[in-house]
Design a protein around this ligand. Structure first.
Ligand code: EPZ
Length: 422
């Protein structure tokens, strides 16, 4: 069990290169199931979630390896055990996105129903609704979703919207299944996240026929077969946003390489409102803050709105704002495990239903805090960089799920983070 010790306050300065996207890599790894043979994925980040997903695919029958360039190779020639086991699914909800591709490839699949999650209620009813629309027979057996379509799936017009708008992995599951369905599928209220566009573009590289990529209406002409492909995943906009806040909260300056500002317009707009400068460059940007942190109001939304996966990080930043800010969480209304931990660091945050009222304070004070989920723990690292004294963060494994050795990326630009095993 690793912990972090963070000496603060730090002032970051230097360059960081952004890794490939975790949330693009996971569904694209699942897409390899659709085409028998070896798919080669580059820029896949080295994260515990990626290794766990690799183990999930291995259990299905896939062979997972790395080539000389360090690219991830997924050989899905043999899929002889179409079962997503509880042991893995309970540790990583994203496992659910093997459901659609396995159903399309094998005609029958069993995937453990995902359990509870620290960020709130996360049902998969819309995933199942979409697959049923394509003709799948689905029932629950001993905690497992059993989906069957022995004669294949059939294209249909499907509305995939839910109580909080679109669903990212729900779109991934239905989209992947529709690529091998008979006839045309129209997915209305599809998720428009850049990670979904990356998945759809990769599927087209594999021989699928998808139009409307990046829009809420995806049109899929089913094909008889797909073939393996080589694909480079997009940069991780959530990792980039986290490093942008790192520069802002420490009144520092960071140059980010391999960062696509085009995928981050809501984030950049908010940073500029807060008084942070973001200068675009050839392959990224320069982010800096010299003046005060201005208060701001944020409401999270599906893309292209403000991403829920940066809500906690911006809360840490605005906790040092000159005035009051309000954050409303409209995607995961209970996603506030970081609030109590930040208050332990002398922030002044008050939760009111799906909102948090932030009364800006002059400084944060170091404390021992506990990571609870991936993005909440990133916010604690950022707060530790700005706080006076030594912050200790336990359960660092949450951070390793989505950030590759974050201390080895931040220390060269001025942070003082040590990782210790206890
Ligand atoms: C993806 O999760 C991301 N995970 C999450 O990132 C991200 O927070 C989320 O999208 C929203 O952007 C991956 O890509 C691996 P949703 P997903 O289905 O697809 C409700 C991170 O930190 N809903 O878009 O599971 C749901 O409860 C992770 O990297 C239903 O009601 O999220 C939520 O309120 C955390 N029924 C909303 O929709 C359903 O069947 C959006 O969830 C599906 C979803």
């Amino acid at each position: 069990m690793d912990i972090f010790r963070i000496e603060g306050p730090a002032e970051l300065s230097g360059s960081v290169t952004i890794n490939g996207s975790k949330n693009a890599s996971l569904p694209i790894m699942a897409a390899a199931i659709l085409a028998a043979g070896k798919s080669i994925l580059s820029s896949v980040p080295r994260l515990s979630d990626i290794s766990l997903f690799g183990r999930l695919l291995k259990r299905l029958g896939c062979k997972i390896s790395k080539n000389a360039n360090g690219d991830l190779c997924i050989d899905s020639t043999t899929i002889d055990n179409p079962v997503g086991e509880y042991e893995i699914v309970r540790r990583m909800r994203a496992s659910i996105c093997i459901l659609g591709p396995l159903l399309a490839r094998c005609g029958r699949v069993e995937v453990s129903m995902p359990g509870g999650c620290a960020i709130g209620d996360r049902p998969v009813d819309i995933h199942l609704r979409g697959l049923r629309e394509l003709g799948a027979k689905i029932h629950l057996k001993n905690g497992y979703i059993v989906a069957e379509a022995p004669n294949g799936l059939t294209g249909k017009d499907i509305f995939l919207g839910g109580p909080f708008g679109s669903t990212v992995l729900g779109t991934a599951n239905v989209l992947m299944a529709a690529t091998l369905a008979k006839g045309k599928t129209v997915i209305e209220s599809a998720a428009c996240e850049p990670e979904m566009a990356d998945l759809a573009n990769c599927l087209n590289r594999m021989g699928a026929k998808i139009k409307g990529i990046g829009s809420p209406r995806l049109i899929v002409e089913g094909v008889r077969q797909l073939h393996p492909a080589e694909w480079k995943v997009i940069p991780d906009r959530i990792e980039a946003g986290t490093f942008m806040v790192a520069a802002a909260i420490t009144a520092g300056q960071l140059r980010l390489h391999n960062c696509r500002l085009d995928d981050m317009m809501a984030v950049v707009d908010k940073l500029r409102n807060i008084g942070v400068t973001v200068e675009a460059e050839e392959d990224g940007c320069v982010v800096a803050r010299s003046g005060s942190i201005k208060p701001a109001d944020i409401a999270t939304q599906p893309y292209p709105g403000f991403p829920t996966d940066l809500q906690a990080q911006f809360m840490a930043l605005l906790s040092l704002g000159e005035g009051n800010s309000v954050i409303i969480e409209k995607v995961f209304p209970d996603r506030f495990m970081h609030v109590a931990e930040l208050n332990r660091m002398a922030a002044n945050l008050r939760k009111e239903g799906p909102a948090v009222i932030i009364a800006g304070v002059k400084k944060l004070i170091a404390a021992s805090v506990m990571a609870s989920d991936l993005r909440a723990s990133a916010a604690l690292v950022l707060a530790g960089l700005a706080a006076e004294g030594t912050t200790t963060i336990s359960r660092v494994y949450h951070i390793d799920r989505g950030y590759e050795r974050i201390e080895e990326r931040l220390n060269p630009v001025g942070a003082k983070i040590s990782r210790e095993s206890i």
